[in-house]
Design a protein around this ligand. Structure first.
Ligand code: NI
Ligand code: MN
Length: 232
């Protein structure tokens, strides 16, 4: 998979750091401090220019507020989750909704559908966080990466392929809280990416899906198994 100068680093679970060719740092679903798979050397950031949040669960936004306060990135989230982030101290929130595209830093971000839940665990309360989502990120060099968030497979992934044709898909495969390999293989059929990076697996014993299991079920797509901390 040639990302044409984009550096994609998996920090374990659904957390990715992307360096664009122009030097911007994009962080997706920032969960590092409590993330058992995130290497210690990756828990602190030099800078964060853009932060994308897929939904309000702690294993996705666990460190979002702290990082937003420290690095002041543009925070992209669905409207209600964005309001909550702003209330917690994020200064540059750019809330949006599904179907919309906005330019942040040097990337274009389209918010797309995901089927999941999105309550925000805030102290002993669960707060409405709007709907969960995924993102299609378009880089200046033409590469498009789809981060599915937490979701099962859904038929409108075909629309994502027809409208955006992402070359690389970051898909959850762990099962239990998201789709497992069987549904992820069907997602590959709908999305037809060149390559898929499995995520949201191996973090806890209950997440039993593996890249190997996915690889056995797909054809015509490269399954790229990353190690936490690895960059491609
Ligand atoms: Ni979730
Ligand atoms: Mn999750």
């Amino acid at each position: 998979m040639d990302l044409k100068g984009i550096k994609l680093t998996w920090l374990g679970h659904a957390t990715f750091r992307i360096e664009t060719p122009a030097g911007k740092t994009v962080l997706i679903d920032p969960w590092v401090m409590g993330n058992p798979k995130c290497p210690d050397s990756e828990k602190n950031f030099k800078k964060v220019d853009v932060m994308l949040c897929t939904h309000g669960h702690g294993d996705h936004i666990g460190d979002a507020v702290e990082i937003a306060k420290k690095h002041n990135p543009v925070v992209v989230a669905i409207y209600e989750l964005g309001l909550w982030m702003a209330n917690k101290g994020a200064k540059q929130v750019s809330g949006m909704s599904k179907g919309g595209t906005q330019t942040v830093g040097d990337i274009k971000v389209t918010m797309v559908h995901a089927t999941h839940s999105s309550g925000i665990e805030d102290g002993d309360q669960v707060i409405y966080g709007g709907e969960p989502c995924g993102y299609v990120i378009e880089f200046a060099n033409g590469v498009k990466i789809y981060h599915a968030g937490d979701t099962n497979v859904f038929g409108d992934m075909q629309i994502i392929r027809e409208l955006y044709s992402p070359q690389l898909a970051l898909l959850p495969i762990g099962d239990h809280y998201t789709m497992g390999p069987r549904e992820a293989a069907y997602a590959c059929k709908l999305l037809q990416p060149k390559a898929v990076v499995p995520m949201h697996w191996g973090t806890f014993p209950v997440l039993t899906g593996t890249p190997e299991a996915l690889r056995k079920l797909v054809s015509g797509v490269e399954v790229v198994e990353m190690k936490p901390g690895q960059t491609i």
